[in-house]
Design a protein around this ligand. Structure first.
Ligand SMILES: O=C(O)CCC(=O)C(=O)O
Ligand SMILES: [Fe+2]
Length: 243
């Protein structure tokens, strides 16, 4: 425990988050595609070293980030965007979060409260304990069941929604763990540097511009500093940068 709390970070959810009701225990590694960042984190947790752990999280992040790159390319292609996807990928930062959903004796509320991610995309990988639920347009909660042990869940975040001019809605999701077993998940969260603008081709008479250009970092700050108790459940993008 002492080791985990050393992983401090000024941004909420980027460092260590102790387990509180309605949320998992989490450890964040910012810029985890960079080996030296994984090394820094590993040294913090294991002052005597743990090369294997470092290699595993680094190679995991690299593979998952490549999957993210493929997804972004697919997004550009599927909307027939002429602009190159490289600038978006080059401005992408990756945060890896290690999440543990453990159950203390008699505890009933194990999971993650419903929310929308403040990312561009989130890639989730879990151990065999299910729990992730997505709300459909009709308001029904469906459980994510990986089709194979190597499946990832891909979640569109608020920034993707703004970039796509609402063509892609950010996913409203939660985690409800009913199993007695611990659930572990690895989340790779993507954040963009600089100013994010809606893709030009996705704005036309039928789809007028919904969001003004904004900075992803400022969105995170806006969200963290909001005292609105419903901020997890509303489209905060409308308040933050809606046209
Ligand atoms: O544990 C999961 O599968 C989802 C976690 C999640 O929604 C998040 O960290 O934003
Ligand atoms: Fe999430």
């Amino acid at each position: 425990m002492k080791q985990k709390t050393r992983n401090t970070h000024p941004k909420i959810g980027h460092g260590y988050m102790g387990k509180i009701s309605g949320f998992p225990e989490g450890l964040g590694i910012e810029y985890a595609t960079k080996k030296d960042e994984c090394q820094k984190f590993t040294r913090l947790m294991w002052p005597d070293g743990n090369e294997r752990f470092c290699d595993v999280i680094h190679s995991y992040t690299k593979i998952a980030s490549e999957l993210n790159q493929m997804l972004v390319r697919m997004l550009f292609e599927s909307y027939g965007l002429k602009k190159d996807h490289e600038p978006l990928l080059n401005s992408t930062n990756y945060l890896l979060r290690l999440l543990k959903y453990g159950r203390s004796l008699g505890e009933t509320n194990v999971g993650f409260k419903a929310h929308m991610d403040k990312t561009f995309l989130t890639l989730l990988y879990q151990n065999p304990v299910n729990g992730l639920e997505i709300r459909t347009k009709e308001g029904e909660w469906i459980t994510y069941e990986p089709s194979s042990p190597t499946s990832f869940a891909v979640i569109a975040g608020d920034v993707c929604m703004a970039w796509s001019n609402d063509r892609i809605k950010s996913s409203y999701h939660r985690v409800v763990v009913s199993s007695e077993e611990d659930r572990y998940a690895l989340g790779l969260f993507t954040f963009l540097d600089g100013v994010v603008q809606t893709a030009e081709e996705l704005v036309d008479d039928e789809h007028p511009l919904q969001y003004k250009p904004f900075e992803h970092q400022k969105l995170l700050h806006f969200y963290e500093s909001s005292n609105d108790p419903d901020k997890r459940d509303i489209n905060i993008m409308k308040t933050f940068c809606g046209v």
